[in-house]
Design a protein around this ligand. Sequence first.
Ligand code: PNS
Length: 162
Amino acid sequence: MSVIGLFPGSFDPIHNGHVDLVKRSRPLFGELVVAVLNNENKKPTFSLAERIEMLNELFADDPGIRVKSFSGLLVDFARQLGAGYIVRGLRTGTDLDYELPMTLMNRRLEPDVATLFLFPASEYQDLSSSLIKEVFRLGGQPEGLLPELVERRLIERFAGDR
Ligand code: PNS
């Protein structure tokens, strides 16, 4: 039976640090599920449907990557999928402070699902979706942070704001 990995996140929007983590973790699993948190009540920049559409487009050439959405507890979703591993990225020590309590709680809730931490490439160590959005919203357009199709949509999204 193939091992299933689960890479969860808000992905509002996905950036190159996330893509790097998908590429790093993909060979470890028979199937990798990229799962978007359904957080519509938090007023995301991109709707759940838009985020899913972008992810599907990005990973269309790999049948071993499935894009899904989830709400509720992550470990319940992992159990439902039969995923043995949750993949998360660590950029800095601050990330670890944020991740550790979630990881330990997830393990308490579901001891059979392990969390695997990976470091993104160092050129992406400073990337966060919220920081990228702030820069683009204010008219900055640094290159190489976003997949092309995401960058296009983000520029479009903020075009009316200025
Ligand atoms: O990319 P993000 O926003 O850092 O992802 C956070 C995410 C989606 C992994 C986290 O918020 C999550 O797992 N939410 C689901 C709700 C849940 O299971 N909460 C309890 C965790 S201990």
